[in-house]
Unconditional design. Sequence first.
Length: 634
Amino acid sequence: MQLLLIHSDYIEYETKKQTPVAEKIEESLKSGRLEEALTAFMAVESIDEANPEGTIKKTVSEIEKVATQVKTNRIMLYPYAHLSSDLSSPKVAVQVLKGIETALSGKYEVKRAPFGWYKAFSISCKGHPLSELSRSIRPEETAKAAGKVEVCGEKEVVSEALKAESTAKSYWRILTPDGELHEIENFDLTPYPKLQQFVDYEISKSRAVERAPPHVELMRRLELADYEPGSDSGNMRYYPKGRLVKSLLENYVLDVATDFGAMEVETPIMYDMNHPTLKKYLDRFPARQYSIESDKRQMFLRFAACFGQFLINHDMTISYKNLPLRMIEMTRYSFRKEQRGELVGLRRLRAFTMPDMHSLCADMDQAVDQFKKQYDLCIDVLDNIGIHIKDYEVAIRFTRDFYESNKELIVNMARTVNKPVLIEMWDTRFFYFVLKFEFNFVDALAKASALSTVQIDVENAERYDISYVNPDGKLERPTVLHCSPSGAIERCIYALLEKAAMETEEGKVPMLPVWLSPTQVRIVPVSEKHVAFVEEVSQKLDCRVDIDDRDLSIGKKVREAGREWVPYVVVIGDKEIEDGTINVTIRAESGQNKPKKVQITPEELNSRIKGEIAGKPYRKLPLAKYLSVRPKFF
RNA sequence: GCCUCGUUGGCUCAGCCCGGUAGAGCGAGUGACUUGUAAUCACUAGGUCGCGUGUUCAAAUCACGCACGAGGCUCCA
């Protein structure tokens, strides 16, 4: 429902011509006038169809509130379709308009302009500060359902849920590894500047971005990713190096999940808004989804893999012997139509890649046991990606009831990371989970973003009618865990780049982990005549090697290798051909303007790199080996 | 919905205030050099200055309108 309220000296209308949807009216209603009245121009929207009674109730209370403020007891209800681009059916609109009229007519002098007619009107607006107000009214169930549907992953992505969250009463605390809960005001955060920033960010709920964060320039300069003007905002293009890094991260998380016992599946990207299980809440808040029309059907693009996996679970025959039952999907993509101003670089996107794992557990005991294991798993995954415990802040959120019966679990979580963590506790359960944690990366601009998360979901098994057979042969509802071991893949890249930017400011030399570096070894021949030998050396190296055979000075080639963050730079000339060793600049051990150079054999370099990338996925060089034939992407 | 700022070769930007037929660096191409660790030298190509209208002898420059982008505010019962 869209409302435009005008406090007017008078309002006057006259019907001209009826449209096909016009309501039948008496002659007396064909014109009307009210002096000193509040005029409510209104448009009933398709979103209101789900609950016309609720819409009526809320609209009436809004109008009454304003009528009281402007001290008038005359109200003109005026249907005005132009307020919305998503109108309800005429039938519902008339129903709602009449309902509002009836509800108000007891206390006020009410007139209602007829629906579905072309009308001439004149109005005189009083012009005082309260005389022009607009309101959008949304059905209550929307916010509630949206909260419940904030099923997977990053806490901040479904802002409907945030709205509910912002009205929920939260108790904030700091939990220290010794198990003490501290009031935030009484806890000295000075030794923990990043936690301080995270706490400020969380509690103030201020999420505006003032300037482009450093990773935006880096993602372009390193030719990883870029904005795509031909698409919608927040849908990025990835150049070969970016695709490589993404692919390695995706494969890594999948490998880890497989080792953990998860089965990889693939589910559709788009769903029918009218599917019985999805319909009841989805078609009420299309705002946050991409919706697309396919022939006559309304589809939406998934914002997580929950639907697909739960729909599979629903159809499965599951025994208690199969539990915990874990499935994972690398969702390329999940789509969320985030508000324009919230999109930034790789931090927050409208299309992103998220590993989404769900575990069906027999009961709360098994769920808690899994939760612990997945907490440790997440720490390990991020650590291997290059984001360590010191690089993020832990938030643990739960209901009071859950805390009372699981104190030991929660204290152990703080003990594991061995530093203070932020606690948020609710008296009552507003959401589908009773316990969740996230690891939050705090970037160079003090903005926090969630990476890994695990949640214990006590609602969706019921909603999707998922059950398993217990030892007595009876059907039971499982408890469901949601887990994104790394968080969104793009966001991991963002975190790595932001971390590198912060380290640069501290005087360190920035780089990506070797297993993620697009070029692992760059060989620079001293002159053209060394190229053949360089090619031989490159074949002794079992990694991503490229050769800078361009007609440039050594100095320039070395500088460019540095600007690309190449971990190992090798210069080869006559000397190397003679003694069989190579000169290697090791980026990880260099300082700014202090290159660390060693003279070793190709075999030694090879085994060093092999050790560094052991156990990680590997892909071949995504670009031409010889730089002279490589294109520039911008 | 409102406000501010921006839009000039592939990229980054100058020129606009005080109108006089468009500039730099990087990148690209060609040639020279055959090179030992953070930018070798020279030359060449490349722009109807976001779109439209107006003012003017003359508009990248001034005015108005529009489009797109970035940011902020408001709203998000």
